[in-house]
Design a binder for this molecule. Structure first.
Ligand code: PMP
Length: 436
């Protein structure tokens, strides 16, 4: 049996038949642990799911009932591959909040922005092509890039976000190696997993580097409406229409279960994107799109966004307050100005992957930092903690359990030295809906 080849088994007799690209699709050991993390007694600081508690379900229910009664034959039918025209017009209005002047013709509605990530990668990347990403970056995007057999290069990311000088160097390096840099994937606002936001200045510098090297920017912006000060950051796409593909989503600002996202692409790219989308899904769900469209035209979205922002800000405050009070000296973390996540770095050689089973035994869960990198080594002293989903009053208890776990790990290391057990991991895992 040659290297990398697997043999069929009773569990999966088709192992020898899979395409080579499936080698990039892996279920991680971490994911298995999350089945434990969803038990009610565990405080999960791992999940990245939006909290729908602030959504007015009765009003949404009435609205959907009316939609089906009055327009059911359209809502429940196939639709256009590019998406419902009225919604694409509304999306252009929404994007104006980010400073973007887009045309509805250049918007392709997708099944969440996750699907847009998949389609754009399919259009641009042959196996071996390079995608430059923040260090660390969104696990679901890494999963897509690896499924398309891209080489992912993490670019040095500081407290201001993606570092433009490092980006410039990284692109030069890739080209010098004879490889093709195809995409610069960035999440400039309330980044997942870091929780940090690029300044306007930084965004301009990143764009300049991208334009200089003629590499397409893939700007992923699902959290932009969730800035705690109510200000929507100006998108990179606002300053360049040809060199940026912008991805948006209603998952965090209305409801993730509707699975409505979009791509705003340069005109030529948009055509190919629509074809790719049609070959993938025929048409995105008319029902979901019309629900979002109705929601935007009949419900007080502004107030809803305000409620979401306040809810998440309160949760952020509780998490950060508890970490200040309880985490041992030497731990550091980011303080997000919006979104769902904080990135915590631990001192003294603690490996967060090795520590995770002990944390879950102590009834708290987080996502180990190396899940947000394509290789095993980086991020092993860090973790992503999220405040979006656990009940508010459970967050301090979660941090207390986390602090106790870290202290026990520190004692172990002081006695026996840094754990000999290296964490096992090979490439990013496919995203799990609970972890995003
Ligand atoms: N991009 C980022 C950075 C995300 O965090 C997520 C999901 N959490 C997505 C894209 C996908 O979102 P959706 O498909 O629900 O729009």
């Amino acid at each position: 049996m040659s290297e990398g080849q697997q043999q069929g088994s009773r569990l999966d007799p088709w192992v020898d038949s899979y395409a080579k690209r499936t080698e990039g699709m892996k279920v991680s050991a971490i994911r298995a642990l999350f089945s434990v993390a969803t038990r009610p007694e565990v405080v999960s600081l791992a999940g990245g799911m939006p909290n729908l508690a602030a959504l007015p379900m009765d009003d949404v229910g009435d609205m959907i009932g009316r939609l089906i009664k009055e327009q059911g034959e359209v809502a429940l039918q196939y639709g256009s591959g590019q998406g419902v025209t009225k919604l694409r017009e509304q999306i252009c209005e929404v994007m104006k909040l980010s400073g973007i002047e887009g045309h509805p013709d250049d918007v392709v509605v997708t099944t969440g922005s996750q699907s847009a990530l998949d389609l754009v990668t399919r259009l641009f990347c042959d196996p071996g092509d390079v995608v430059l990403v923040e260090a660390p970056s969104y696990v679901g995007a890494l999963g897509v890039f690896s499924a398309f057999q891209c080489e992912v290069v993490h670019v040095y990311t500081d407290e201001g976000g993606l570092n433009p000088e490092a980006l410039d160097e990284a692109i030069k390096d890739v080209v010098a190696q004879g490889k093709k840099p195809k995409l610069i994937y960035t999440i400039p606002s309330f980044q997942n997993p870091l929780g940090i936001t690029q300044s306007p200045e930084r965004r301009k510098q990143v764009l300049e580097v991208a334009l200089k090297h003629k590499v397409m920017v893939l700007e992923d912006d699902p959290y932009c409406m969730l800035g705690f000060d109510g200000v929507v950051p100006r998108a990179i796409r606002a300053d360049d229409a040809e060199g940026v593909i912008y991805l948006g989503s209603f998952s965090k600002s209305i409801a993730s279960g509707l699975r409505v996202g979009w791509a705003l692409a340069p005109h030529g790219v948009r055509e190919k994107l629509t074809l790719a989308s049609e070959s993938s899904v025929l048409s995105p769900s008319n029902f979901s799109q019309m629900t979002v469209s109705e929601y935007l035209s009949t419900q007080p979205w502004d107030q809803q966004l305000k409620a979401f922002r306040e809810m998440y800000r309160e949760r952020r405050d509780v998490l950060i307050g508890a970490m200040e009070e309880l985490l041992p000296a030497g731990c550091t973390w980011t303080v997000p100005e919006g979104g769902f996540f904080s990135w915590v770095t631990l001192p003294g050689g603690i490996n967060t992957t090795t520590m995770l089973p002990k944390a879950t035994a102590n009834l708290v869960a987080y996502v180990p930092g190396n899940g947000f990198y394509v290789d095993d080594e980086q991020g092993s002293d860090a973790m992503r903690v999220s405040y979006c989903f656990p009940p508010l009053d459970r967050i301090p208890e979660g941090v207390r359990r986390l602090a106790a776990t870290i202290e026990a790990e520190q004692e172990l290391i002081e006695t026996f030295g840094p754990s000999a057990t290296k964490s096992r991991k090979s490439g990013p895992s496919t995203p799990s809906p609970e972890i995003p």
